[in-house]
Ligand binder design. Structure first.
Ligand code: FE2
Length: 202
């Protein structure tokens, strides 16, 4: 089985002006594609060939196969990222996820503050996440390619804070990019569906 680049769930210009068509064109069509292509090359003829992407991440994590792990994690993270954003995003979560967020963070504003701090505070390249960790909602950041599923956390949504995700649109102003995501793009329906599925499975 070879890994495939998933299609974007919307048109390249659907997230404008918060993420430009130019950014999505390069981010999906060049960066994400390169991770998938490098992963296919890295696993060819190894024990990783034929495994599911999640299993490649789990089995390569903490080994000397950093090339496999990094490209597998980046392939997974980006597929998850496209779904974490929506042209109809922003607003508030509903249902059980809203209740859990209010319990954990007090209110949506405090969640947004914590998420922005994690996203802007991540030194260098990485990711900000809302995860379920032993049944508890947490905002975390990871460095470079690192994926929370390697640490037994269950991702609900993510934002890429590598410069390639925002530099064409915001140059060095990562905070403005994060604000645009939180106010206009964050896909609460996707996060809620993940929350419901993980809760059932727990
Ligand atoms: Fe990226």
């Amino acid at each position: 089985m070879t890994f495939k680049l998933p299609d974007l769930p919307y048109e390249e210009d659907a997230l404008e002006p918060h993420v430009s068509a130019r950014t999505l064109h390069y981010h999906h069509g060049k960066h994400h594609k390169a991770y998938v292509d490098k992963l296919n090359k890295a696993v060819e003829g190894t024990a990783y060939a034929g495994l599911k992407l999640e299993d490649v991440i789990a089995r390569s994590h903490g080994t000397t196969h950093t090339n496999v792990y990094n490209n597998a994690a980046q392939a997974w993270n980006h597929a998850f990222l496209w779904q974490s954003m929506s042209p109809e995003g922003g607003g508030s979560p509903k249902g059980p996820l809203k209740e859990a967020l209010d319990r954990q963070f007090g209110d949506l504003e405090r969640f947004a503050n914590d998420f922005k701090l994690a996203a802007t505070g991540q030194f260098g390249s990485g990711w900000a996440w809302l995860v379920l960790d032993k049944g508890e909602l947490k905002v975390v950041s990871t460095a470079n390619a690192d994926c929370p599923i390697a640490n037994n956390q269950k991702p609900l949504l993510t934002l890429d804070v590598w410069e390639h995700a925002y530099y064409l649109d915001f140059q060095n102003d990562r905070g403005a990019y994060v604000d645009g995501f939180l106010q206009h793009l964050i896909n609460w329906e996707f996060a809620s569906a993940n929350y419901d599925a993980k809760r059932m499975a727990a």
